[in-house]
Write a protein that binds this ligand. Structure first.
Ligand code: NAI
Length: 460
């Protein structure tokens, strides 16, 4: 008899299992993949970051080395070797989770689980008994009508991470996080990348100024954008594809050719085969599992977290829920502050965001002030060709309390956490502005944005 069986070993599930074990609960994890870590470690965040790093190095060599007096033959791309490097990075990380499971005495039940009843998880012919079940089965790419994925010519993010060869022309459907990160990988290696997006802006939901700046920067890196257009269908031959799209404004239909088409139009909860219908687990209209504020489903003893429930589909949101639900099960007060969940896009420059956007605050009718600082005024950024971009800090007009931050620029994904901590402590912009920041660092730009919320930035 286990105290907890977690189904799914992605960032939500494995983190939850470790916290359960640390809190003294007898814990097992059911995972059908050959390796632990779920989408994030195997075919998502981690392999894409390896390819983003490698291709960014190539970009630096091709564009900035000569300026810095670094001369000599430019590096070429050995694609197979780059893929091997990526696989090695994945292996180190998935192996690390296996080590952590052993260290924390967590059983890995290999196979795909179903829940025949509360308190039971079946894997193959064996039924395991448990007091609590945590569903952490994550998500899978959404399908698009008229587009059939073969993971060779028409790929999801999974196929895009191991293409047989580098395409000359790639069409990306969807200007969201996946499309722009993986599009960047290929654009940096010389692929002509065309992004077709349904909306008028890239990265839906983000700060408008960030969206416009980001799109302009990507265009400078060679991206072509076809905005405000709906993909109608994709046809393929043995080696090529044709993508048909229709302009939302004019209704005109056009076709673009590609060697590879990346479908990046969002993800949906992956709960197939769990037996949720038979159990009577309630779901939301869009298929996510319905839970209360402490991740309980309507069936006692069954909890759900991560991409399988509503909220941003982010590894770190799942991790936080995983830790918190473990604490709830152990009788403690598990809590997640959904108002302070950062979002990061790992392109170059990085984009990072937390809290409210101006558009959201306008809609709420809340009075706010904005402190903005360009990386052009940051000495460190200029030294590394990263002066493009800015930090925008938003604070309450009356109280000066920080309400959000939107950063596009060097190391934005790290800088954002200073603001996250400040927000968790209910800090004012002035609190950040009065905090000494080491010189020369990118973080000074965050301080300057905070100063700009008050009497003014120094280097503006
Ligand atoms: P997304 O929701 O970020 O973007 C999908 C885009 O596709 C949207 O802009 C949407 O308007 C567009 N779209 C939808 N239907 C379309 C159509 N028929 N024609 C043209 N455009 C269409 O989804 P994405 O990029 O697939 O990512 C899935 C999830 O994975 C997201 O929730 C994302 O947050 C997460 N993710 C996060 C990463 C990170 O944190 N760095 C990295 C990769 C994924």
């Amino acid at each position: 008899m286990y105290d907890v069986i977690v189904i799914g070993a992605g960032p939500g599930g494995y983190v939850s299992a470790i916290r359960c074990a640390q809190l003294g609960l007898k814990t097992a994890v059911v995972e059908g993949r050959e390796t632990l870590g779920g989408t994030c470690l195997n075919v998502g965040c981690i392999p894409s970051k390896a390819l983003l790093h490698a291709t960014h190095m190539l970009h630096e060599a091709e564009h900035n080395f000569a300026t810095m007096g670094l001369t000599g033959k430019s590096p070429g791309v050995d694609w197979d070797k780059m893929l091997a490097y990526k696989s090695d990075v994945v292996g180190q990380n998935t192996g690390g989770i296996e080590f952590l499971f052993k260290k924390n005495k967590i059983d890995w039940i290999k196979g795909w689980g179903t829940i025949p009843a509360a308190g039971k998880v079946q894997v193959g012919d064996t039924v395991h008994e448990t007091r609590n079940i945590i569903i952490a089965t994550g998500s899978e790419p959404s399908s698009l009508p008229g587009v059939e994925v073969d993971e060779k010519i028409v790929v999801t993010s999974t196929g895009a991470l191991e293409l047989a060869k580098r395409p000359k022309k790639m069409v990306v459907i969807g200007a969201g996080v996946i499309g722009l990160e993986l599009g960047s990988v290929y654009a940096r290696m010389g692929t002509e990348v065309t992004v077709i997006e349904y909306l008028k802006t890239v990265t839906p939901g983000m700060d408008g100024e960030v969206q416009r700046t980001f799109k302009r920067m990507l265009q400078k890196q060679g991206f072509t954008f076809i905005m405000d257009a709906a993909v109608q269908g994709v046809t393929t031959t043995k080696t090529k594809a044709k993508v048909t799209y229709k302009s939302n404004k004019s209704g005109e239909v056009a076709v673009v050719d590609a060697d590879v088409v990346l479908v990046a139009t969002g993800r949906k909860p992956f709960t197939d085969g769990l037996g949720l219908d038979a159990l009577g687990v309630e779901t939301e209209p869009r298929g996510q599992i319905k839970t209360d504020a402490q991740w309980r489903t309507n069936i006692p003893g069954i909890y759900a977290i991560g991409d399988a429930i509503p909220g941003p589909m982010l590894a770190h949101k799942a991790e936080d829920e995983g830790m918190a639900v473990a604490e709830v099960i152990a009788g403690k007060a598990g809590h997640v502050n959904y108002g302070v969940i950062p979002g990061v896009i790992y392109t170059h420059p990085e984009v990072a965001t937390v809290g409210k956007t101006e558009a959201e605050l306008k809609e709420e009718g809340r009075k706010y002030k904005v402190g903005k600082f360009s990386f052009m005024g940051n000495a460190r950024a200029k030294a590394v060709f990263a002066g493009d971009g800015f930090v925008k800090l938003i604070a309450d007009k009356e109280t000066d309390r920080i309400l959000g931050a939107h950063i596009i620029g060097p190391a934005a994904g790290d800088l954002i956490h200073e603001v996250c901590v400040a927000m968790e402590f209910g800090a004012s912009a002035q609190d950040l502005a009065l905090t000494c920041h080491a010189h020369p660092t990118y973080s000074e730009a965050v301080r300057e944005a905070a100063l700009a919320c008050g009497d003014g930035a120094i280097h503006a």
